[in-house]
Design a protein around this ligand. Structure first.
Ligand code: HEC
Length: 402
């Protein structure tokens, strides 16, 4: 009997299912979850050659288990959103990679390779905005170049933004792309752009933000963000210096926009945030929270999505609606924060906020010398500010009011 059981187990083990190989078992996971950054011309070492993935297998497993790769993304169990499947490695996928590494990381039969699934796109866009000239970054601080380009729309009438897709020209150096509505703020019209703050300047209104893995955003039918006549957008590029020669690369990124002449409801982007905090030097676990009571005169808010935003020292982010009976509707939760992977989540289902509710926002930071993103030695008190070495705690929230 014992022999019989062992024999059975033995047969099971030799099935392809229990001993995964790269082609057909693991390659699809790598394509879906890693290749947007780990590819030739991408921002991290290429996984295009399966031999390289095989050689790195133990390191890959270590990174997966530490939760550092793929980079942290909003938790879909808080509220599911478009593209979460691509950003989050689920337990089945995790165990498959683990089983593959532990079974010796065999490549298997190239004929069984999975076919890559193309990324979603809104193409053809109604408007394509690009930086006016190709640009080569200069990393004055050694790491970052925030470059802004003014983009006048010259629209004679109000129009409505219904969708947006970052058009990333050179993924090796582009870490973020953000668009702001800077109408009336008189941004410089230098065609080669101008140097600007980490996340916007006074008087600029956040419109859309992208980081690798971010999906094109599209608002539900009949909804749109108003763009007044003669709207001036600003395109903000965050270039990051992560390899030798990054300061010789060229980029001309932009945004593809979908617009409508009229909509049923106007969507706004609320900058929910707190300015009132000081993260004490040396504190490895400091939190700041703010509660916004929802006033009856606002009506019913339909929340469509959120772009969480902190800077380098951020470690966790939480945004929810708290109801009068103390139950909560989770909007966005990141148990881990990664400055380099800030994505907007557009919810599968909108969330409601109404009279009696409060919106609750909480950010956590690690301002100790043990934080690998620490830029001060020794650490100093850090307060709100637009520079990357200052901090922020924002949930840019897309909503419409009923
Ligand atoms: C959003 C972009 C992004 C995604 C997605 C991503 N990575 Fe990475 N990865 C990076 C960057 C950037 C680095 C280099 C980080 C550094 O050097 O600190 C890196 C480094 C690594 C390393 C260390 C490589 C070395 O040089 O030792 C491993 C291993 C890794 N990633 C595995 C993965 C795996 C596995 C996935 C998919 C499940 C993945 N990554 C998804 C951006 C990404």
């Amino acid at each position: 009997m014992i022999w019989f059981v062992l024999a059975c187990t033995g047969t099971e083990e030799s099935k392809p299912d229990s001993s995964p190989v790269y082609y057909g078992d693991v390659d699809a996971i790598v394509q879906e979850h890693c290749a947007r950054c780990h590819t030739t011309g991408g921002q991290a070492m290429s996984f295009d050659n399966p031999e390289d993935v095989k050689n790195l297998a133990p390191t890959i497993l270590a990174y997966l288990e530490a939760g550092t790769m793929p980079p942290p993304a909003p938790d879909p169990e808080c509220r599911d959103y478009h593209g979460s499947d691509r950003l989050i490695l689920d337990d089945t996928e995790r165990s498959r990679v683990k089983a593959w590494v532990n079974a010796g990381a065999e490549l298997g039969d190239p004929e069984k390779a999975s076919v890559p699934v193309p990324l979603p796109t809104l193409y053809p866009w109604d408007l394509e905005l690009r930086a006016p000239t190709p640009y080569t970054p200069t990393f004055a601080d050694g790491e970052n170049d925030y470059r802004c380009f003014r983009m006048p729309l010259n629209n004679p009438e109000t129009m409505y933004l219904t969708g947006f897709e970052a058009l990333v020209d050179n993924p090796a150096i582009v870490h973020h792309v953000v668009i702001y509505d800077a109408t009336g703020a008189r941004a410089s019209d230098d065609p080669t752009g101008f140097s600007c703050n980490g996340f916007g300047e006074n008087g600029w209104q956040f419109v859309a933000g992208w980081a690798p893995g971010g999906e094109p955003g599209s608002l539900p039918e009949g909804l749109g963000i108003p763009l007044e006549p003669n709207t001036e957008l600003v395109l903000q590029m965050h270039y990051y210096n992560s390899f030798d020669g990054a300061d010789r690369e060229v980029d001309q990124s932009g945004y593809g926009l979908m617009v409508a002449e009229a909509v049923e409801q106007e969507v706004m982007v609320f900058s929910l945030g707190t300015y009132d905090f000081v993260v004490p030097a040396g504190n490895p676990n400091f939190e700041s929270a703010i509660i916004f009571p929802w006033k009856r005169r606002y009506g019913i808010g339909h929340i469509l999505g959120v772009f969480p935003h902190m800077h380098l020292l951020g470690t966790a982010f939480d945004l929810n609606v708290t109801h009068p009976d103390t139950t909560q509707t989770c909007l966005s939760r990141m148990k881990k924060w990664d400055f380099h992977n800030q994505v907007t989540s557009f919810f599968d289902e909108e969330a409601l906020v109404q009279d009696g509710d409060s919106v609750f926002l909480r950010c956590e930071w690690d301002n100790s010398s043990g934080n690998p993103n620490q830029s001060s030695d020794p650490p100093v008190d850090v307060s709100w500010g637009e520079g990357t070495t200052e901090e922020m705690c924002f949930g840019f929230t897309y909503l419409w009011l009923e």
